[in-house]
Design a protein around this ligand. Structure first.
Ligand SMILES: [Zn+2]
Length: 172
């Protein structure tokens, strides 16, 4: 096995709770914009090592092209993995297994989410546009070889996360 420690430099400093709230609210705003454009209400941002600078923001595109996986692909083309390891992806809902895989391969070192995938399942039910896969991102990451840090949920922001989702889905 080759020495791959170089793609894992020291992680960025842990964000403060104020930084977490500020950045999650920015992700919620992106989700709200996506909804206004007729997309599903999901949004994420990528924040730099200083826990403040927003490098990318991405809303949902469609059922397959989720906000987080799309952002990962764009960011990976723009920045070296060593840098992305020090960045944090903020998203209104816990990343699905596809997006968690993209975060893993994109070498993004930290994920912060508002509410859990299980909570999303309660909202979407079996809506054909979002047949939620109830699999935690930590389960996906636990099978990998990278120590990706996951912070969430943040229930104190639940009302803000949920405002674009209540009455949006049509599942049973
Ligand atoms: Zn996803």
């Amino acid at each position: 096995m080759s020495d791959n420690t170089s793609i894992f430099p020291q992680r960025s400093q842990l964000p403060t709770i104020d930084q977490i709230h500020t950045n999650l609210r920015k992700a919620i705003d992106v989700a709200n914009q996506a909804k206004q454009f007729g997309k599903h209400p999901f949004g994420c941002i990528l924040v730099g090592p200083d826990n403040q600078e927003v490098l990318f923001r991405q809303g949902n595109i469609n059922t397959l092209n989720h906000a987080e996986s799309t952002l990962c692909r764009i960011a990976f083309d723009m920045y070296p993995p060593e840098f992305l390891w020090k960045c944090t992806l903020y998203t209104n809902f816990e990343p699905c297994c596809m997006c968690a895989g993209s975060i893993y391969w994109g070498n993004i070192g930290r994920v912060v989410y508002g509410l859990t995938e299980s909570r999303l399942l309660e909202l979407t039910g079996n809506d054909k546009e979002n047949m939620t896969l109830d699999l935690t991102c930590t389960t996906v990451f636990s099978k990998g070889q990278k120590d990706i840090q996951v912070l969430g949920p943040f229930e104190e922001l639940a009302n803000e996360v949920l405002k674009d989702h209540l009455e949006f889905w049509n599942g049973d």
